[in-house]
Design a protein around this ligand. Structure first.
Ligand code: SF4
Length: 386
């Protein structure tokens, strides 16, 4: 049996179509949007300016359903993290970061991630599935109205959204676009394009598509200053190397609400934090208008990586700044609840069998180190898993 449509899955256009299908006038869609996203109402019967007959019809044909909250934790610095149940053993995380002049929500777009960046906890969990538009926008809906209730505040709490949670948003394009349309819609959250940031690991063709469809602020997870290193840290680079990525960034800037791209750069001790890397980044900055955000790595179990020492990060930032490249060092938030950047993990039923493949790879490396001939490796490594 099919579940009834979830109104959280629908942006303004989809709601107009849905209302028309029910024999209602298009303006009903605007009323519905406002009830759901401006007032946070989930009870259709409580939408008092809709005709009773419409409410009855709607309640019997549609639902407003957000993923249940499995865990709600607050860090000592006020950062709040929710773990949301998206079914079949999968759970994703959403993080609210309060600051004196803004409230930022970090939103997930996929259950897991197939990109497998080496410094990212989500990537290490493998991939299960794309989130629906409703599961994406529900993170903002749930967080905004819970925070208003808990802070006893009637005004908007969340002023900025960053699509930087679990998943690669450009590999779940349509649902992400639908959810972002709602974020920007004046009858929903009314955020400006400059206050919604999409962060990508560099899916070049989709960057160009986003530029045309819905240009919001763009952040790119760069993390390396040359292709050889980036191939290792962000495997997607093998498909879309830095040169192509920079061309896509320049194309994006013709449409973007901000006149720069933010390059995120996770500082990994002894990996990408040498002076030579900073000099290579300066060359990159000559090719595209950008600013750098240096992120002190947040270690997680099994990553095998370490955070660059503070002094090193500051020197790296100074090299960039002295060359005229605008650079910030991200303040680490929510460490004590594992809500810091790159630490989001949730629970993922990995369909990519990543953990198993990683284990095999490690076993293979160990055998090679022990002097086993590469010709014998297939037999040796496959045995424990067959
Ligand atoms: S950094 Fe982003 S793209 Fe890379 S594995 Fe993590 S979630 Fe995926």
């Amino acid at each position: 049996m099919n579940a009834s449509p979830n109104l959280l899955d629908m942006d303004a256009t989809a709601l107009v179509a849905f209302c028309t299908q029910l024999g209602e006038k298009p303006f009903r869609a605007r009323q519905l949007l406002r009830w759901i996203h401006v007032n946070g109402q989930s009870d259709i019967q409580a939408m008092s300016d809709l005709a009773k007959s419409f409410r009855t019809k709607l309640a019997s044909t549609a639902q407003i359903l957000a993923p249940p909250i499995l865990r709600d934790s607050t860090a000592s610095d006020g950062t709040r993290k929710w773990l949301l149940d998206v079914g079949c053993g999968n759970a994703v995380e959403t993080v609210f970061i309060p600051e004196p002049d803004r409230g930022t929500l970090c939103v997930s777009s996929q259950a897991g991630c197939a990109v497998n960046c080496s410094f990212c906890s989500t990537g290490k969990q493998g991939f299960s599935r794309n989130l629906t538009p409703g599961e994406i926008i529900a993170q903002l809906w749930m967080a905004e109205f819970l925070l208003r209730r808990d802070l006893n505040q009637s005004d908007r709490v969340i002023s900025n959204v960053v699509m930087m949670g679990m998943g690669e948003p450009l590999l779940n394009y349509e649902p992400v676009i639908t959810a972002m349309r709602l974020m920007l819609d004046d009858n929903a959250y009314g955020l400006s394009r400059r206050r919604v940031t999409l962060s990508t690991s560099g899916v070049v063709p989709m960057i160009e598509r986003l530029a045309r469809d819905l240009p919001v602020a763009l952040a790119v997870s760069l993390h390396a200053s040359n292709d050889r290193l980036r191939d290792q840290l962000v495997p997607l680079n093998k498909k879309y190397p830095i040169k192509e990525l920079l061309t896509a960034c320049n194309f994006y800037l013709k449409y973007a609400p901000r006149d720069f791209i933010t390059f995120e750069y996770c500082m990994l001790d002894g990996v990408n934090d040498f002076d030579t890397h900073a000099h290579e980044l300066i060359k990159i900055a000559e090719q595209v208008k950008c600013k750098f955000n240096l992120i002190p790595f947040n270690p997680f179990e099994g990553s095998g990586l370490k955070r660059s020492p503070r002094q090193r990060i500051e020197r790296f930032a100074k090299l960039l700044t002295d060359a005229g490249v605008f650079t910030t060092i991200r303040k680490t938030r929510g460490d004590d609840i594992d809500a810091a950047c790159g630490q989001l993990a949730g629970n993922i039923q990995d369909r990519t069998k990543l953990a198993q493949r990683t284990l095999k790879f490690t076993a293979k490396k160990q055998l090679l180190n022990q002097g086993v001939s590469p010709n014998d490796l297939y037999v040796e490594t496959i045995r424990p898993y067959s």
